[in-house]
Write a protein that binds this ligand. Structure first.
Ligand code: ATP
Length: 668
C-alpha cells in the first residue's frame, strides 16, 4: 500500500541489460522465417512442372499422343512427362504456349490435380478408348515426401513451445526484472537494487511518529555508515530486523526511508517474488539474492511481506501442494541468514503484518534478532502524519490538525494519507482554490462509512425503521457510560449501509468485562428499538448481530470473562489452529460456551430493551429528529437526553482502538 510519493523502483540500472546479451532465440526466428520464405519462393517462382487442367491435358497433349508416361504422386497429382520429340518440337511448344502460356522443356513437364484415383482412371480410360494397346499411357503411382512440410511439422511445435515458454517466463518474472528476462535467468533473484544514482527519495523526515522504531532503524543505518564505532567495543550488529505491524502503519515506508538514508546499496524484494510454480526456483532466488548482496556488502536487503515465504513449516501442509516449495525456500532463507557472519555487512530488513504466522526458526536471535513492533498511531502521531501528508496540499486557514487527529482514532498512516488525498479531490470537485476543514470532514466520513448514496430508493416505512434503529443505538450508547462517545448519527445511505452511528473510540489499552458488555448492549440497541416500536425486527441488524456474536465469543473464549468457563483462553497466538479440524475444547465445553454466549447476548438485548422502554419518549424524539434532519450530532442528543454520564474521559494511546464507524444497518 503506497500513497504519496512513488519510488523509481523499475528504473534500476542494475537490472539485466538485455540489449547487450546475445538473444539466441532471434537466430532461431530468423532461420525459421528464412526457411518459410525460401520454400514459398522456390515453390511459387521455380516450380518443377506447369499446372494445367484435365481438359487442357486431354485436348492438347493426350490427343496428340505426346505423353511419355504419367506419375501419380501421393494419389493427388498427376505429373505428365512429354515424349522427347514433342518436348523439342517447336510446333508443339507453340501450341502449349498459346494454351497455357508456357512450354516446359524438362520433366515432369505438366501437372494436374486428379481428384481421386478412381475418377482419374475412369477419365483416362475414356479418353484412351480409341488408342491401341501400344499407344496407351503408362501410369505409375509414387509416394513423394515433402521435406518442407515434414521438417515444419516437427519444427513448428518446438518453436511454438519455445515462444510460449518465453512468454510465460517473462510474465512470471515480474515483467523484465532481473530474474524473469529469460528462461536461463529464471532462478535469479528479482530484487531491485537501489544505489546512489537511483536512491529512494524517502527520508526519515517523511516518516511521521514511530520515534522508537526510527531510533532502532537508524542504528542500523549508522552501523553500516560507520561499523568501527560498534565493532571496536566488541558489539555485534543484528543480522536481521523484522518490522511487524498492522496494515498501513508505515513498515514499507520505514524501509524506504532506510534506503534513502543509508549510504549503501539497498536490495528490495517482496516475499511473494520468491514463490513460483516451479520447484526449486524460490530457493535458487534466495541464493542468488544473497550472493548479489554479499558482492555489494555492506548493504541492506529488504524483504516486504515476508510471511509469503516465512510461514511456519508444516502449516496447511494438508491442503496445499505448494508447501514443499515454500518450505525449501524458507530453509534456504534460514541457511543464508546463518551463512554470513554477523559483521559481514549484509543486514536483512523484513516487514510483515502477520508475525504470528512466521516460522519460529526465522525469528530466533541470530536471524531476525530485532523485532520492531509498529502500532496504529496515537493522537500525537496522527497529528504528525497529517502534517506530513498536508505538505503538498494547498490549505486554507480553517484547517485544524489537532481536530482532525482527534477525529481519526484507529486510523493507520495509510488511512490518513488517503484522507488527505481524498480531501484534496473533494475540494477540487467543489472547484475550490484551497482545501478546507469541511473537505477533510467529508473525506473522513467517506472513508469511514463509504460514499453517500442519496439516490438510493428507500420507502417511507423503511426510512422510519432505519431512523428508529439508529436512534436505538444513539440512546443506549449515550446512556451507558462505558460505550465509546457518540459523535453523530445519520440515516443517509452510504456504501453498503443504510444508516450509521459514528463513535469516537477512546485510545485505551484495556477493556473490562463490564465495558465490553455495555458495548454489546449498544450494538443490539438498534434491533431492540425496532422491536419496541414496531413489534418486529428487520434484516437490517445483520452487521450488528455479526459483531455481537464475534465479540461475545471473544469475551468468553479468549478473555476468560465467563465464570462458568473459568480462567481459560482458547486464543492461539501462533495461528496454527486457524485451519485445524479439531476444536481445542471438548464437546461439553463447546456446548457450554455456546450456552454462555447465548446467555450473554440475551442479557445484553434485554438490558437494551429495558433502557429503551424506559426512555421511549426520547427514542421517539431522536428518531423524529433524524427523519427530519437525516444527520444529527452530539449536541442534538445532548438537548434531548441531557449530559452524557462520564463525558469527561481522557484518551491514552491504544493498540486496540476501533474505527469510528459502528452500528451500521446493512442493506441485505
Ligand atoms: P502493509 O502491511 O499493508 O504493506 P505498510 O505498513 O507497509 O502496509 P506502508 O506501505 O509503509 O504500510 O504505508 C502506506 C502509506 O501510508 C505510506 O506510503 C504513507 O503514505 C502512509 N504512511 C503510513 N505510515 C506513515 C507514517 N508514519 N508517516 C507518514 N506516512 C505514513
Amino acid at each position: 500500500m503506497q500513497n504519496g510519493k512513488r519510488e523509481n523502483k523499475n528504473t534500476s540500472p542494475q537490472k539485466s541489460k538485455p540489449g547487450k546479451r546475445f538473444r539466441w532465440w532471434w537466430l532461431i526466428y530468423i532461420i525459421l522465417f528464412g526457411f518459410i520464405i525460401f520454400n514459398f519462393v522456390f515453390n511459387n517462382f521455380f516450380p518443377s512442372a506447369k499446372e494445367i487442367t484435365w481438359q487442357q491435358f486431354e485436348k492438347n497433349i493426350l490427343s496428340r499422343h505426346a505423353v511419355e508416361r504419367i506419375a501419380i504422386v501421393n494419389n493427388e497429382k498427376a505429373n505428365v512427362y512429354i515424349k522427347q520429340e514433342f518436348a523439342n518440337d517447336p510446333a508443339f511448344k507453340e501450341v502449349m504456349k498459346s494454351v497455357i502460356g508456357k512450354a516446359v522443356s524438362s520433366g515432369p513437364h505438366y501437372q494436374f490435380r486428379i481428384g481421386s484415383v478412381e475418377s482419374f482412371e475412369r477419365k483416362l480410360d475414356e479418353a484412351q478408348k480409341n488408342f491401341s494397346e501400344d499407344e496407351k499411357i503408362n501410369v505409375s503411382y509414387i509416394k513423394q515426401r515433402n521435406w518442407f512440410i515434414d521438417i515444419l511439422s516437427w519444427l513448428l511445435p518446438v518453436f511454438l513451445m519455445i515462444i510460449l515458454w518465453q512468454y510465460f517466463f517473462r510474465r512470471m518474472g515480474t515483467g523484465g526484472t532481473a530474474g524473469g528476462s529469460s528462461i536461463f535467468s529464471f532462478g535469479k533473484s528479482t530484487a531491485t537494487l537501489m544505489e546512489k544514482e537511483n536512491k529512494s527519495t524517502f527520508t526519515f523526515e517523511d516518516v511521521a511518529g514511530l520515534e522508537e522504531a526510527k531510533v532502532e532503524i537508524k542504528e542500523i543505518v549508522d552501523f553500516l555508515k560507520d561499523p568501527v564505532t560498534y565493532t571496536k567495543l566488541g558489539a555485534k550488529i543484528p543480522k536481521g530486523v523484522i518490522i511487524v505491524g498492522p496494515p498501513g502503519t508505515g513498515k514499507t515506508l520505514l524501509a524506504k526511508a532506510v534506503a534513502g538514508e543509508a549510504q549503501v546499496p539497498f536490495f528490495s524484494i517482496s516475499g511473494s517474488e520468491f514463490v513460483e510454480m516451479f520447484v526449486g526456483v524460490g530457493a535458487s532466488r534466495v541464493r542468488d539474492l544473497f550472493r548479489r548482496a554479499k558482492e555489494k556488502a555492506p548493504c541492506i536487503i529488504f524483504i516486504d511481506e515476508i510471511d509469503a515465504v516465512g510461514r511456519s513449516r508444516g502449516r496447511n501442509a494438508f491442503y496445499t501442494g505448494a508447501n514443499d516449495e515454500r518450505e525449501s525456500t524458507l530453509n534456504q532463507l534460514l541457511t543464508e541468514m546463518d551463512g554470513f557472519g554477523t559483521n559481514s555487512g549484509v543486514i536483512v530488513l523484513a516487514a510483515t503484518n502477520r508475525a504470528d504466522m512466521l516460522d519460529p526458526a526465522l525469528l530466533r536471535p541470530g536471524r531476525f534478532d530485532r523485532h520492531i513492533y509498529l502500532e496504529l498511531p496515537n493522537l500525537h502521531e496522527r497529528k504528525a502524519i497529517f502534517k506530513v501528508h498536508m505538505r503538498p496540499l494547498v490549505l486554507d486557514e480553517t484547517i485544524e490538525v489537532d481536530f482532525l487527529a482527534s477525529q481519526t482514532p484507529g486510523f493507520s498512516g495509510a488511512d490518513i494519507a488517503n484522507i488527505c488525498n481524498e480531501a484534496a479531490l473533494i475540494a477540487a470537485r467543489r472547484k475550490k482554490e484551497k482545501v478546507g476543514k469541511q473537505d477533510f470532514i467529508d473525506a473522513i466520513d467517506r472513508i469511514v462509512a463509504g460514499l453517500e448514496k442519496k439516490s438510493k430508493i428507500i420507502s417511507p416505512q423503511e426510512k422510519k425503521t432505519i431512523a428508529f434503529h439508529e436512534a436505538g443505538h444513539a440512546v443506549i450508547s449515550w446512556l451507558l457510560k462505558h460505550v465509546d462517545p457518540l459523535a453523530k448519527v445519520s440515516i443517509i445511505p452510504r456504501g453498503k449501509s443504510l444508516g450509521a452511528a459514528w463513535y469516537l473510540p477512546e485510545e485505551r489499552q484495556l477493556r473490562t468485562a463490564a465495558e465490553l458488555t455495555e458495548r454489546l448492549c449498544a450494538t443490539l440497541g438498534g434491533r431492540a428499538a425496532e422491536e419496541i416500536m414496531f413489534g418486529e425486527v428487520s434484516s437490517g441488524s445483520l452487521d450488528d448481530l455479526e459483531k455481537v456474536t464475534k465479540e461475545a465469543y471473544t469475551m468468553i473464549m479468549y478473555y476468560g470473562f465467563n465464570k462458568k468457563i473459568g480462567n481459560i483462553s482458547f486464543y492461539d497466538s501462533t495461528g496454527m489452529r486457524e485451519s485445524a479440524f479439531q476444536k481445542p475444547y471438548s464437546e461439553e465445553t463447546g456446548r457450554m460456551i455456546d450456552d454462555e454466549v447465548r446467555k450473554l447476548t440475551d442479557e445484553a438485548y434485554q438490558r437494551a430493551k429495558n433502557i429503551l422502554t424506559e426512555h421511549k419518549e426520547q427514542l421517539i424524539k431522536i428518531a423524529e429528529l433524524l427523519l427530519q434532519k437525516e444527520v444529527i450530532f452530539k449536541e442534538d442528543l445532548e438537548i434531548i437526553l441531557g449530559k452524557r454520564p462520564g463525558d469527561e474521559k481522557t484518551g491514552q494511546p491504544a493498540e486496540e482502538t476501533q474505527k469510528m464507524v459502528a452500528a451500521t444497518t446493512i442493506n441485505k
